[in-house]
Write a protein that binds this ligand. Structure first.
Ligand SMILES: Cc1cc2nc3c(=O)[nH]c(=O)nc-3n(C[C@H](O)[C@H](O)[C@H](O)COP(=O)(O)OP(=O)(O)OC[C@H]3O[C@@H](n4cnc5c(N)ncnc54)[C@H](O)[C@@H]3O)c2cc1C
Length: 525
């Protein structure tokens, strides 16, 4: 029973995986690999975890989420925490919002207002006030999207390693039901005739940085997920989710090296053998890249190895829009402003066309976040922390933000004031701006495209950069730039896919779901 273990097994060094970036994808992968017994080192260029999912704290005590403010579908992260011996609810406080957001439709005359609520009876009343004929579509939309989400699961939860993977029976069933030839807006016409109601169920494509008129129909599940599973705020800010992930990872033995940018991934032939950071070579059995794909891939991986994703292809790919961000510490309260507010300009369609042409909208649609409406820890007593996000063109169009910044700030402040924050300019006590150039320079986001490679069908599934990166060995991707795509729940699911592939390739037991083949088995086929 207690026979001594053979020496080679006792002395065998633990498998070491290097992860580049402590964003949501990197942290989720680190936790799961560490729980599987792997030695994990995260190299993070900044002094904090979370990447775009971090909470900024001003010297005065205002707290602002840098990027994500909608925490959706926590189920996936809950499962990841449980698989690592932790409970998400013990680490963060999640508050389900009702109403989940206010949508303001500008038009002729007074704007129409819809307070989106997961209470279906109240939601029907909200729709009735704007478009009585569309009330009946709500129930059908919910019923059909419940089925659609189930059909989408095989695509969301499995790697797409080759075109052949698209032809498995569950995958084919899913793809057919997803009506890939239609856009979100076209699909919604089935349920809602009034364009404003369609916008209420489709502006969520902006989470992917895409227009509802181009985004594939499968993404109607985004608004469905909100109504079915909730929109959550995390007390203290969504950065708390990233910090909780880092805590659990560190408890499992993960080392996070802060302020340590990786300069290069080291290769022997086409096999990744470690990373180079600060002049040192750190060997690893495998490398996971969480850094933004468009920014990091050309810098970290030599072009000779990237047959599928050459510099030219990366440069010509389609990217999401960018965002102009204003983080404002305001003296006094802002009772007229809800927690989440989406202002859809009268020129919404024109706004989208302008962004696609590289023109900065003069009367932009925007999103205003006032977490102080729910959470008194977000600002000092008697003060308010406001976050404004305006979709704008990414840097492909060569906009000079040094010139555009000052006039656009004035437009943005006027828009916030009109929403119900009187005397805004006199009340600002703290201000930070991030332009598309700032996303590139400060946060290493390629082309300032805040939501990564865009999500049209030609850049999804097998056509997106692979979780097991194409034409290399030992190099894996996680984050919004790989399959299945961007947005926190999707990124966490992508980290599960990458972790399972790594486990299979490293000869470790695959922890859940299974269904992935190790790289050597595929090579043998
Ligand atoms: C403004 C905005 C709003 C958003 N809103 C939402 C929302 O409401 N809900 C939602 O679900 N999603 C939202 N998202 C999308 C998405 O969920 C987040 O952007 C998410 O943080 C992306 O995670 P990621 O794992 O891809 O990596 P990132 O968050 O980009 O993290 C990558 C990490 O890699 C590090 N890094 C980069 N280069 C190197 C290097 N060479 N060496 C070492 N480290 C490096 C970076 O510092 C960073 O920490 C939003 C995004 C933005 C920008």
């Amino acid at each position: 029973m207690n026979a001594p273990i053979a020496a080679p097994y006792v002395n065998r060094p633990r498998t070491h995986v290097a992860i580049i970036g402590a964003g949501p994808g990197g942290l989720a992968t680190a936790m799961q690999l560490a729980a599987a017994g792997v030695q994990v080192t995260i190299f993070e260029k900044d002094g904090v975890v979370g990447g775009r999912t971090r909470t900024l704290v001003s010297p005065e005590g205002y707290r602002f989420d840098l990027g994500p403010t909608f925490f959706l579908y926590p189920r996936i992260l809950k499962e990841i925490f449980s698989s690592c011996g932790a409970e998400l609810e013990n680490e963060i406080e999640m508050i389900r919002l009702d109403p989940q957001y206010r949508i303001i439709f500008e038009g002729e005359g007074a704007p129409a207002v819809l307070d989106a609520t997961p209470d279906m009876a109240r939601m029907a009343e909200q729709i009735r006030a704007i478009a009585p004929a569309d009330v009946a579509g709500l129930e059908v939309f919910m019923r059909e999207n419940r089925v659609k989400l189930e059909a989408f699961r095989p695509i969301l939860e499995n790697p797409i390693l080759s075109p052949a993977d698209l032809f498995s029976i569950p995958m084919l069933k899913g793809l057919m039901r997803l009506r890939p030839h239609l856009s979100v807006d076209q699909d919604l016409r089935k349920y809602f005739a009034d364009p404003r109601i369609r916008l209420a169920f489709s502006f969520q494509t902006k989470y992917l940085g895409m227009s509802p008129f181009k985004c594939p129909a499968l993404f109607t599940i985004l608004s469905f997920l909100e109504y079915e599973h909730g929109v959550f705020h995390v007390r203290g800010g969504l950065g708390g989710v990233s910090e909780a992930m880092a805590r659990v990872a560190q408890r499992l033995g993960v080392e996070i090296r802060f302020n340590t940018p990786v300069d290069r991934i080291a290769f022997a032939g086409k096999r990744a053998i470690g990373v180079e950071a600060g002049g040192a070579h750190i060997p690893a059995d495998a490398v996971v890249m969480n850094a933004d794909f468009a920014h990091a891939m050309p810098r970290l991986v030599p072009p000779s190895i990237r047959r599928t994703w050459s510099d030219k292809k990366i440069d010509r790919a389609n990217y999401s829009c960018s965002t102009f961000m204003l983080y404002l510490g305001i003296e006094g309260e802002c009772p007229a402003i809800q927690h989440h507010n989406v202002l859809l300009s009268k020129e919404y369609m024109e706004n989208i066309a302008q962004i696609e042409r590289g023109v900065i909208p003069a009367v932009p649609s925007l999103y205003l976040h006032n977490p102080s409406a729910t959470d008194d820890t977000m600002a000092p007593p008697g003060h308010t922390a406001l976050y404004l996000l305006v979709p704008v063109p990414n840097l492909r169009f060569g906009t000079d933000w040094r010139k555009e910044l000052a006039p656009f700030r004035e437009i943005a402040l006027d828009r916030i004031q009109a929403l119900g924050v009187p005397n805004i300019r006199q009340r600002i006590r703290y201000e930070k701006i991030v332009t598309p150039q700032g996303w590139l320079d400060e946060y290493a986001v390629g082309y300032g495209a805040t939501f990564n490679l865009s999500h049209e069908i030609g850049q999804m599934l097998h056509w997106r950069p692979g979780n097991r990166f194409q034409n290399t060995e030992g190099l894996y991707l996680v984050g919004g730039g790989t399959h299945p795509g961007s947005g926190l729940p999707v990124i966490y699911e992508g980290a599960r896919i990458t972790t399972r592939l790594l486990q299979a390739d490293l000869g470790l037991p695959v922890s859940e779901r299974g269904g992935v083949q190790p790289a050597y088995a595929i090579a043998a086929q």
